[in-house]
Design a protein around this ligand. Structure first.
Ligand SMILES: [Zn+2]
Length: 171
């Protein structure tokens, strides 16, 4: 069955500032939503991650998959339910984009390595150590669950915010 992608909320929609609630039931409805959320992520070219509140669903659910990026450590596709970061190490600045902020990218400081605990959509416990771009993507998605965008993390909008290039079609 092919499903249409869900509509994505974009900045400055105030719902993006809402904090999401923990998932309590690991049931078929959750798994069906995860399929739709992943469909929505995959419909956006180059999109490595998505969080439920970006489609107006305010539960602590995110999907991260950086396996398509070259030279990046990856655990494959991670479905993260009620994710918690339990340890942080190091700091790095990196460029981030977001489906909900389509016209800009920004430089954001994140921990370089994290320890992550979560459950998957079947309720199985995940306990992972992540680094680099994958760790960054998870931190970005957990921010969405707390009602934060990368825009809220910029040290300076003047220096750290970049308008995306507009690609015009060749005649
Ligand atoms: Zn985002």
């Amino acid at each position: 069955m092919i499903m249409a992608p869900l509509p994505v909320l974009t900045y400055p929609d105030p719902r993006l500032s809402r904090k999401s609630s923990p998932v309590e039931a690991f049931n078929e409805a959750l798994r069906a939503f995860v399929v739709e959320l992943d469909e929505t992520r995959r419909a956006a070219p180059g999109c490595v991650a998505i969080a439920a509140p970006q489609v107006g669903h305010f539960e602590r659910i995110a999907i991260v998959d950086v396996s398509g990026r070259k030279r990046v450590a990856s655990h494959g596709r991670l479905v993260l339910i009620n994710p918690e970061i339990t340890a942080w190490e190091g700091f790095a600045v990196g460029r981030e984009g977001c489906l909900s902020v389509p016209d800009y990218t920004g430089n954001v400081i994140r921990a370089e390595r994290i320890r992550l605990q979560a459950r998957d959509e079947r309720g199985e416990v995940l306990d992972l150590e992540l680094e680099g771009f994958e760790a960054r993507a998870v931190q970005h998605e957990i921010d969405h669950l707390d009602g934060l965008l990368f825009l809220d993390r910029l040290v300076s909008r003047r220096n750290d915010l970049f308008r995306r290039k507009v690609y015009t079609q060749k005649q």
